[in-house]
Design a protein around this ligand. Structure first.
Ligand code: NAI
Length: 328
């Protein structure tokens, strides 16, 4: 057996964790020939439930699963990690102000960033799923000065997948024929799902759809507010689709994006498309299997400019807020 890849998952006893871990163990994230060793991080109250999940993972008899360890200590959980999925976060509860939410999450993502800095493997790749994902990734990255910020990413792949699926429904085209969809900005209701450069079967998606009112009044709000629609229908937030998107994100990062297409991910801005450098914002991205690159040279019309700027302004406000809280 080749050396297993060490995968650390936080919030392992939560609902996304439950949908995620079995797919990692089955090889869907890293590949059908790559063994994995799982480190599960939970808060002390979550450890017993994580132990239950570990029993079920054992019962999967996954040939690629080389071991499972459970921790309530971040330093131990990230020791030697090659891939870290930061899922556990403090949810917003009724009446909670944004500052309180950011502060509570700072208390989680600061020590996790420090632990990654202290002990993760040199090739660590981090995906932050826990919300507010972009700013949580920024907090973690800023406490890992020895790890290139490019290794800290925030998940907007679920938004991307939702956008692709909505275009497939609208046009009747197969999902596999839809390419070059982009999510810009924050993983929040301000995100901008952009079809300007998207294609359906190689043709311009906007020409195939030929319905700008649908794009502005249906598509964009449906994608941006899908999370709330899932909660309203299911009585719980998206979990299996979020886990699926996390699998897709890491798979694309490690195995590369297909020629001629791109995906969306929250990565550190280098100033491209007027997004202030240092913010973790969603962009159109490709991967060569090692690092993400922002797709360059796309035209941005006035409509898109306004939408991107609005979401980026929210990211800047969040960055200012966590700065003022001393979290970065
Ligand atoms: P959940 O509440 O079912 O599970 C969260 C788990 O995290 C719990 O077991 C909790 O004990 C654990 N946890 C809390 N603090 C922790 C810490 N410091 N270290 C380790 N574990 C910790 O929540 P669920 O549904 O699994 O969602 C997790 C996060 O993912 C939420 O913040 C949610 O908003 C976010 N999310 C993000 C999406 C995205 O597209 N980026 C999509 C869907 C959810």
């Amino acid at each position: 057996m080749t050396t297993p890849v060490n995968v650390t998952v936080t919030g392992a006893a939560g609902q996304i964790g439950y949908a995620l871990l079995f797919r990692i163990a089955s090889g869907q994230m890293l590949g059908a020939t790559t063994p994995v060793r799982l480190s599960l991080l939970e808060i002390p109250q979550g450890v017993k439930a994580a132990e239950g999940v570990a029993l079920e993972l054992e019962d999967g008899a996954f040939p690629l699963l080389a071991g499972i360890d459970i921790y309530d200590d971040a330093k131990a959980a990230f020791e030697g990690a090659n891939v870290a999925l930061l899922v556990g976060a403090r949810p917003r509860t009724a009446g909670m102000e944004r500052g309180d939410l950011l502060a509570a999450n700072g208390g989680i993502f600061k020590p996790q960033g420090e632990a990654i800095n202290a002990g993760a493997a040199a090739d660590i790749r981090v995906l932050v799923v826990g919300n507010p994902a972009n700013t949580n990734a920024l907090i973690a990255a800023s406490h890992a000065p020895d790890v290139p910020t490019e290794r800290f990413t925030a998940m907007t792949r679920l938004d991307h997948n939702r956008a692709v699926s909505q275009v497939a429904r609208k046009t009747g085209a197969e999902v596999a024929t839809i390419a070059r969809v982009t999510i810009w900005g924050n993983h929040s209701a301000t995100q901008y799902p952009d079809l300007s450069h998207a294609t359906v079967g190689g043709d311009a998606a906007l020409a195939v759809i030929a319905d700008q009112a649908w794009v502005e009044d249906d598509f964009i709000p449906t994608v941006a507010k899908r999370g709330a629609a899932i909660i309203a229908a299911r009585g719980a937030s998206s979990a299996a689709s979020a886990a699926n998107a996390a699998i897709d994100h890491v798979h694309s990062w490690v195995h590369g994006t297909p020629e001629g297409d791109w995906t969306s991910a929250g990565i550190v801005s280098d100033g491209s498309y007027g997004v202030p450098a240092g913010l973790i914002s969603s962009f159109p991205v490709t991967s060569d299997g090692g690092a993400w690159s922002i797709v360059q040279g796309l035209s941005v019309d006035d409509f898109s400019r306004g939408r991107i700027d609005a979401s980026v302004a929210e990211l800047e406000e969040e960055r200012t807020a966590v700065r003022e809280l001393g979290l970065i």
